[in-house]
Design a protein around this ligand. Structure first.
Ligand SMILES: [Zn+2]
Length: 325
């Protein structure tokens, strides 16, 4: 490497952000506040913690070109942010794993670890749809539902680092069982995995309830996925629209609870499942405002995510740079 290249690298404020979801891992290299490279892979869920650690290490090394720049990791689970440990939780069925230190040793870099949507919240606050406010709440609907908040200009972490798990707000005390063990969580109604499970269950009860879905999955319910349900809803399939309407009702109620609890100036909504269903975003925006307390509506805006599916990776990279850059 010649001197010009070395000086060029030294002048860059570089970090890596990793977003480990249930379905996909997204990794981004950020330089001087700009995303310059993004990698996407399917999450090695069957590989468990060791498989995902190996996968993430490889992606970091591919992005950082040996610079040892700081790395931020958001993961779809509950984290102890002080200890850098992924806790055994309702969505990621790992034992407690000291993922921060394991990754740090593998890639020889400083690592900061948080929940994935906490990182997305940080990204939206620093660089996205919430960058001009000090009181912000985010709710992202993907395979599961996560959340995060900025309160008075500070990231909400909570006593044990698991603040913001809005997906486990119960919207119905005797509702369906959630993976967390409670009933009626908004995730049980509107998380992508549960939406698919509900469609399968409704089709098992009444195989003729949705010819559109039966055709889409070729009458093999194991093949049924969220994209098929959202496409069937877009074409007017009554069963898929009923599922969409129940998602909207549950999400509106949960977002209203977040607004009533935190009194944010802005709410950012995101996630592939939320954006995938026709009219769902608008239904949730209107429903939440209708249900929340009148004083909490003053000056409130509810907007879609500005950073899309790399909000978590951008937030993770940004937090890593602010902490260790
Ligand atoms: Zn739950």
């Amino acid at each position: 490497m010649n001197l010009t290249v070395v000086v060029g690298l030294m002048g860059k404020r570089r970090s890596i952000g990793i977003d480990i979801g249930h379905t996909n891992i997204r990794a981004a290299r950020v330089e001087n506040g700009t995303v310059v490279e993004v990698l996407r892979e399917r999450t090695d869920v069957p590989g468990g913690p060791e498989g995902v650690l190996e996968q993430v290490s490889r992606m970091v090394i591919a992005l950082d070109h040996g610079s040892g720049c700081p790395v931020g990791v958001g993961i779809a689970g509950q984290c102890d942010s002080c200890l850098g440990v992924v806790r055994c939780g309702p969505n990621l069925f790992w034992p407690d794993v000291p993922f921060r230190d394991l990754l740090s040793a593998r890639v020889r870099a400083k690592v900061v670890l948080r929940n994935d949507v906490v990182m997305a919240t940080f990204g939206e606050w620093r660089q996205g749809a919430g960058k001009d406010v000090d009181d912000l709440a985010c709710l992202f609907v993907g395979t599961g539902i996560g959340g995060g908040a900025i309160v008075g200009g500070r990231l909400l972490e909570g006593a044990t680092g698991c603040g913001g798990h809005f997906g486990h707000i119960s919207v119905c005390m005797d509702g369906p069982l959630c993976s967390c063990g409670r009933r009626g969580c908004v995730e049980a109604y509107a998380g992508g995995r549960n939406v698919e499970a509900r469609a399968r269950s409704l089709l098992l009860e009444d195989p003729g309830a949705s010819p559109a879905l039966a055709a889409a999955c070729r009458e093999d319910l194991d093949r049924l996925n969220g994209r098929m349900i959202s496409e069937a809803a877009s074409s007017g399939d009554p069963l898929s629209l009923r599922i969409r309407d129940d998602m909207a009702a549950a999400l509106s109620s949960a977002v209203a609870s977040v607004i009533n609890s935190l009194n944010p100036e802005r709410v950012v909504l995101g996630g592939a499942v939320l954006f995938g269903f026709p009219d769902l975003l608008g239904m949730v925006m209107r429903g939440a405002v209708e249900q929340c307390l009148v004083p909490a509506k003053a000056g409130l805006s509810i907007v879609p995510s500005a950073l899309g599916d790399i909000a978590g990776a951008i937030g993770a990279a940004t937090m890593a740079l602010e902490r260790y850059g």
